[in-house]
Design a protein around this ligand. Structure first.
Ligand SMILES: *Cc1c(COP(=O)(O)O)cnc(C)c1O
Length: 475
């Protein structure tokens, strides 16, 4: 399997060659040159498999440059009940992403049972093992520099902790994260993990990462890399749980299923789109946004209008607070018949902060065949839905999953099971749970008192030169 750029001006690459990088050299995103098609016989055989074996079957179609025995071992080491142990609602950890039944035909799928209680662990844990494997093979090293306001940074640190040839330098805004989030990240004592609390806002931290990223000489000399949401391996890993969700929500492979996905950067639902293109019987993909509704607007109107940071709200489902959706270009590439010239033309606008409008085009007329619908949820909807799920189903939802359930209930199809992807646990969003329910969310036993553990963090001013020096001093 080779990978091509959505903008068409980059040489096709093998999986391991795009694993450690970000964008293609032409500014596009990598996608497989074709989507492997799943036969009915495969689907029948896969229904019986464990999560790890299912992951191997699916990933081996996309990863053809790692020997089968090695890929099998990597996947088996990643998807274990020990790593994804934080089940709630009686879910079976051995299933890795078990369903919680809310009522007949309505489920949540637990994607947040990993070490950081958010769905980013599903892909990031595999990425950590893939990085270590490929770097060992090649005798190379990577130093990951990132900025986080919470979820992504902690998922990256837990995935990379203790890995050979990998160091992580993670910038976070000093004093701006919850005590639980700080404890999650800063209590890691692994020597290859460096937490830098920057005395500023998240944007200041992100600006430093951008400045370093623009310094090509520094990057090359110090082997600086990133683990951002456009990484193809992350999307590929996420395809697996759509198959697992289908098998758990249906009795036979004659049935169809629908998924609702709380969305921000379009990474999660992009994997659902690819699962459907491979032949998984998905009747409908429901995209849910919060107040930052750039994607809901597109799927309703055909207009994609990236927002400025001033137009981007800080909400109580913060992991969906995006101004533009970094993975969306992958879907548009498919929508326009995989014509890179069209993508180049559209993103010439997006990259200048301008909107594009497909509503009057032949491309838009093809939307129905992709089976997307969308909806939006606000803070009030979120609070109401958390109360509703607790009262009606005795299930406590986090704020992102509540956005999902709100939009799912508006978009069910008769006779088709609806699976709402649960992207985080309520324990991560105590303040909103208190507001909605007047109680504290349940926290997994092994994370109780995590705030009292010793922390390992340095506080630094948002000064690019000083932070570059810190990195160099710790290589
Ligand atoms: C990252 C994240 C999302 C959004 O996922 P995308 O892949 O960016 O669409 C939703 N919920 C939670 C809890 C997240 O951490």
């Amino acid at each position: 399997m080779r990978y091509i750029s959505t903008r068409g001006n980059a040489a096709p690459q093998a999986f391991c060659d795009i694993l450690l990088g970000g964008l293609a050299p032409d500014g596009g995103l990598y996608l497989p040159e074709i989507y492997p098609q799943i036969t009915r016989a495969e689907l029948d055989a896969w229904r019986q498999l464990s999560y790890a074996d299912l992951a191997y079957e699916i990933l081996s179609k996309f990863i053809t440059d790692i020997p089968a025995v090695d890929l099998k071992a990597l996947v088996a080491k990643t998807y274990t009940a020990q790593v994804y142990c934080h089940t709630r609602n009686g879910g079976d950890a051995a299933q890795i992403t078990p369903l919680t039944k809310l009522e007949d035909g309505l489920y949540t799928q637990e994607l947040s049972n990993g070490p950081t209680l958010a769905f980013k662990d599903m892909a990031m844990q595999l990425l950590g093992n893939l990085f270590e494997y490929v770097l060992d093979k090649r005798g190379e090293a990577i130093n990951i520099l990132g900025a986080t306001s919470g979820d992504t940074g902690s998922a990256a640190e837990y995935a990379m902790r203790g890995k050979h040839n990998v160091k992580v330098f993670m910038l976070s805004p000093d004093g701006k994260m919850s005590a639980f989030q700080r404890a999650q990240m800063y209590s890691l004592q692994d020597e290859n993990i460096f937490n830098i609390a920057v005395t500023g806002m998240f944007d200041d931290a992100q600006d430093i990462v951008k400045a370093v990223s623009n310094d090509a000489a520094f990057k090359a000399k110090n082997k600086i890399g990133a683990v951002n949401s456009i990484n193809w391996a992350r999307v590929a890993a996420q395809i697996v749980y759509y198959f697992q969700g289908y098998f758990l929500a249906t009795q036979s492979n004659d049935e169809q299923v629908a998924f609702t996905v709380p969305s921000g950067n379009f990474g999660n639902i992009c994997a659902g789109h690819i699962a459907r293109q491979m032949g998984l019987p998905i009747a409908r993909l429901v995209l849910a946004t919060n107040e930052n509704d750039v994607l809901d607007e597109f799927f309703r109107t055909g207009v994609y209008r990236p927002r400025t940071s001033v137009e981007t709200s800080v909400t109580s489902s913060p992991s969906m607070d995006i101004s533009k959706a970094s993975n969306f270009e992958r879907f548009v590439f498919d929508l326009v018949g995989r014509d890179p010239a069209v993508v180049r033309e559209l993103w010439a606008k997006v990259d200048k902060g301008e909107a594009f409008d497909l509503s009057a085009t032949a491309h838009w007329a093809k939307m129905p065949q992709f089976a997307f619908v969308s909806g939006k949820s606000t803070h009030n909807d979120r609070i109401k839905t958390i109360r509703f799920a607790q009262g009606r189903y005795n299930v406590m939802l986090d704020t992102h999953t509540a956005d999902g359930l709100k939009v799912a209930l508006e978009n069910r199809l008769p006779g088709v099971p609806m699976v709402v992807l649960e992207t985080a646990q309520p324990a991560k969003f105590e303040e909103t749970i208190r507001e909605a329910l007047g109680t504290e969310p349940v926290r997994p036993a092994d994370l109780k008192g995590i705030e009292n553990l010793p922390q390992r963090v340095v506080v630094m001013a948002p000064d690019v030169t000083a932070i570059k020096q810190f990195v160099v001093d710790h290589l």
